[in-house]
Design a protein around this ligand. Structure first.
Ligand SMILES: *Cc1c(COP(=O)(O)O)cnc(C)c1O
Length: 364
């Protein structure tokens, strides 16, 4: 028998979350962001659930190829644009739309020989200081692009640094609008947090929204809002089983470094899941784990291949009992990936993306 750990990708939840993202920006078209192999879910595995999107956004050219191999003929946007000249050939061949965020990318386009002119998304750095033209240089870049025979249509794009937090989007939105208000072209501004939290402000300014994490059922602003608050459903369940049981007495310790010790008799379940599966080692005693759909607490340290759980809330549990590390148990109970990420000092994004290769994955 294989080791019992398994990741399940939920097609119906992807569909439902996509509809939720659409409802947040009802007048905009929706790019489902599928970068990083669909946030660790697998591009091929999410395609069925997300094919109702208006387009797919990603940044790895090989992933764009995989989308076309799935026979997706609609829009694909390269969020970081082209890295070298021959990427532009692939854009021409596969009909990819691409971001232009620096002069070097404009230079590359100017030397590119293509039959079909490209649709490009000109990115402004409105304050995040990652990719994009500074506001004062944006219009010059637009004018240069507009003069190129290689360019058919220019859309306008920026990205918010604080859509999930107290600083919000107002300053960046103002910087963007001040420079672009009289430029033609479609606009795309919002990630999940901007669409969900600031939909009312940005919706009439957006032709396209770019939700990623919301589509994968994780809250962009946990713990202020949970996924349930946003009516998002988990799209990835990481499940396993109990493979060992220990009965402790007061003073017994559990695992490496003896970081947990029992104050009295305690039944411990040993779960086939460790940091080599992508479960974060930063989780410690108290992190929630569901056994038979009931919330229990992890005790001791995460090892490479195992974790240990206090079975007090589930006395009937034993070897073979179902364990849900995150996602949905077979009873329907949900343990959000955001809670586990929070316990590890990180975000749901990282846990999804870090699911280890050795974990078998099925779509359901
Ligand atoms: C990743 C990404 C998104 C999606 O962000 P989420 O927070 O996952 O919704 C949107 N736009 C750009 C440019 C991105 O890189």
């Amino acid at each position: 028998m294989p080791r019992p750990i398994l990741a399940t990708i939920h097609t119906a939840a992807l569909q439902s979350n996509l509809a939720r993202a659409r409802a947040a920006a009802p007048d905009a078209r929706v790019w489902a962001v599928v970068k990083a192999n669909a946030y660790g879910h697998g591009i091929e595995r999410v395609f069925e659930g997300l094919r109702g999107a208006d387009g797919f956004a990603l940044l790895d050219l090989d992933e764009a190829r995989r989308m076309r191999a799935l026979d997706w003929r609609g829009p694909i946007l390269l969020l970081e644009g082209c890295f070298e000249l021959r990427d532009l050939e692939l854009c021409s061949r596969l009909g990819l739309w691409h971001t232009v965020h620096c002069d070097e990318q404009v230079d590359m386009l100017a030397t590119h020989k293509t039959q079909l002119p490209h649709r490009v998304f000109l990115k402004m750095n409105s304050g995040m200081n990652r990719l994009g033209f500074a506001p004062e240089r944006y219009r010059a870049a637009w004018t240069r692009l507009n003069a190129l025979p290689q360019v058919e249509e220019i859309s306008l794009m920026t990205h918010f640094s604080d859509a999930d937090g107290p600083k919000g989007i107002a300053a960046q939105l103002h910087a963007f609008e001040a420079v672009t208000h009289d430029l033609p072209g479609e606009r795309t501004l919002s990630n999940s947090a901007a669409a969900l939290r600031h939909g009312a402000v940005v919706t009439d300014k957006s032709d396209w929204v770019r939700p990623g994490i919301a589509v994968y059922g994780s809250s962009p602003d946990f713990p202020e809002h949970t996924a349930a608050d946003w009516e998002l459903q988990p799209t990835m369940t990481l499940s396993s089983k109990i493979i060992g049981v220990q009965n402790l007495v007061a003073g017994d310790t559990v695992g490496y470094g003896s970081s947990f010790s029992a104050d009295g008799p305690l039944r411990i379940g040993v779960v086939a899941c460790g940091y080599a599966d992508g479960y974060p080692r930063h989780c410690t005693t108290g992190t929630p784990v569901m056994v038979n759909g009931v919330r229990c607490r992890m005790v001791g340290r995460v090892s490479m291949d195992m974790i240990t759980v206090d079975l007090t809330p589930v006395p009937e549990a034993g070897i073979g009992s179902e364990v849900t590390l995150w996602g949905q148990s077979s009873t329907g109970a949900v343990l959000s990936i955001d809670e586990i990420a929070h316990a590890a000092g990180t975000v749901g994004y990282e846990l999804m993306c870090a699911l280890a290769l050795r974990v078998p994955v099925v779509a359901a």
